[in-house]
Design a protein. Sequence first.
Length: 318
Amino acid sequence: MSAKVVQPFPPSARLIGSAGRFDSLAWDGAELLWCASRGGRGQLWRARPGQPPHLISGEVNLGGRVHYGGGEFSARQGVVIAAARDGGLYRLLPGQPPARLPTPPGASAAPVLSPYGQRLAFIHSDGQTDGLFLWESSVEQVSAIANGPGFYMQPAWQPDETTLAWVEWQHPHLPWTHTRLVLANLLHSSPPRLSILRDEAGCSFQQPEFSPDGRWLACLCSAAAGDSLELLDLASGRWQVLAGGPGAVLCLPAWLQGQRSFAWAPDSQSLVFTRYTQARAQFWQVSLVNGETSPLPTEAYTWFHQPCFSQDGRLACL
């Protein structure tokens, strides 16, 4: 699947007047959601392309408060889970007031709804200990997947919900100096069975993302020599480098939860990733069929981030 030419999403005067900064965005079916903030207040908007946007966050002040922030919301099948600046997570449903989830005391961020929408992974910190937690909507119960003397970022679900991936690191490291890639097996395992997938000196991993068909796991690897976009065949356990190499810059330092530099196409046959060079950010597409890479026709723009695909192949970004 080839990504289409990038065109601006037509904002309304109301939207421009209410948003000082756009923080994150995601598709939910045919609708696009985004978080915008101004004057210390974060708001969540929803719209179909070509239609007026609607404010859906009500009085909830969006903004993740774990570390430097980020990871404001997750949406699936009309259900939205939003991280608020009071440290809580809120469920937003059409026609209903925001409902706070029973999260532990402290700050929560980076909510990620499972593909079937019945479970939620999120990052939590009480100021002393960080952890990755799981909320089960069927029993309204929260349990820890991983916690301890470390830091956690970027949880991602496998489409069949059997596996969760994330990156973690420990003091004195920072997420751009050294992280490791970790998996949790959630199938018939309580507590979940954890395994370290990649842990290499001088390397930091970012943004683990399973392909929509569940066959692959992609991630970014940053080292002193350069960045690479790498792919794991989950059946064979074999890794391959899709793009990057010496001198390549494919990601920025991971200051924020929810930070994204690449996106899977919905047919799992290609990815769109970012190359940073000469103060510009440009989108490229790499094919899993033949390994070819090509730039997207985005000459009118100089900077992109937070790419995400809709189910019908539309690419949105900030």
